[in-house]
Design a protein around this ligand. Sequence first.
Ligand code: COI
Length: 358
Amino acid sequence: MMDIRVELTKTPKEKPTDHTKLGFGDIFTDHMFLMNYKKGKGWYDPRIVPYGPLQLDPAAMILHYAQEVFEGMKAYCCEDGMIRLFRPQENFKRLNASNSHVCIPPVDEELVLEGLKKLIEIEKDWVPTAENTSLYIRPFIIATDAHLGVRPSNEYLFVIILSPVGAYYKEGLNPVKIYVETNYVRAVRGGLGMCKTSGNYAASLKAQVVANEQNYTQVLWLDGVERKYIEEVGTMNVFFRIGDEIVTPELRGSILPGITRKSTVELLRHWGYNVSERLISIQEVADAAKDGKLIEAFGTGTAAVISPIGHMKWGDVIMDINNGEIGEISQKLYDTITGIQWGKIEDPFGWTVDVCKK
Ligand code: COI
């Protein structure tokens, strides 16, 4: 494995003192991980350097054609003082899956995990300790070739930055209001919907602004062809408890294969619930709500964790779910997943990975 060079900052920043006031994604630590790629040479010079602006040629291809992938992960300060990651191998595997869809060369998953651990160890004093806080990790790759023809870049930069965070939604664990989008679409099968790439998020902004103006937290996307089947919520995957079945949309190529989604399905099956990954139409959910069979709904995501949904609007159809309160399964999932992440309960699945002592 390549050696990872380290250059420490001479001007460390003030760290936030009140961890209960951390929002999401505004504060960054003192160092970052970088690695370059050049065609013919491969990935080279993995290094940890002081956090700071990146120098880019104005013709860098990322700025023009959005050839980019990213990941979202978290490190947790556990009760025993150990800092741990949650299924990080899954994130780097998905990063390489995203890479292959946008023609970015794969990274060595072991090397970047090693680089991440080393970076967190250097930044361990930045890992927040207050309840429901963590160190958010944003690995990403950008195309840096200075070239204006449309083709895959010959040069790339891999970066990992770190940000101490609290809850993603201001609601915290209180149920969010979701606007079912019928006008705009996020992705179509055969496109890049399953890929964690910037364009999917650019495509979501307009609808999100419209939803926010109407006092809704997030948009629920329907499939891009028939506008009939439920896809995802942009920052999270979704689950519905209808009667005795828990349903989440199957992975058909247009939604993100979430790692919290996967953990949720695995946990629910482990507990013996009837879980289906299948096509589910918005009409089916609306009918279930009307018949009193929609017992609960929730989203899953790294940033969002488990986020109960208390209210949905689909055109004129209003669905109030579980009296706007967190449901039994959402609560159980939240307690178990965060319990494993924060080391409050045993990790029977071997999902956590030790980094270092705080
Ligand atoms: C995550 O959950 O980590 C994400 O990447 C979603 C989002 C904040 C874009």
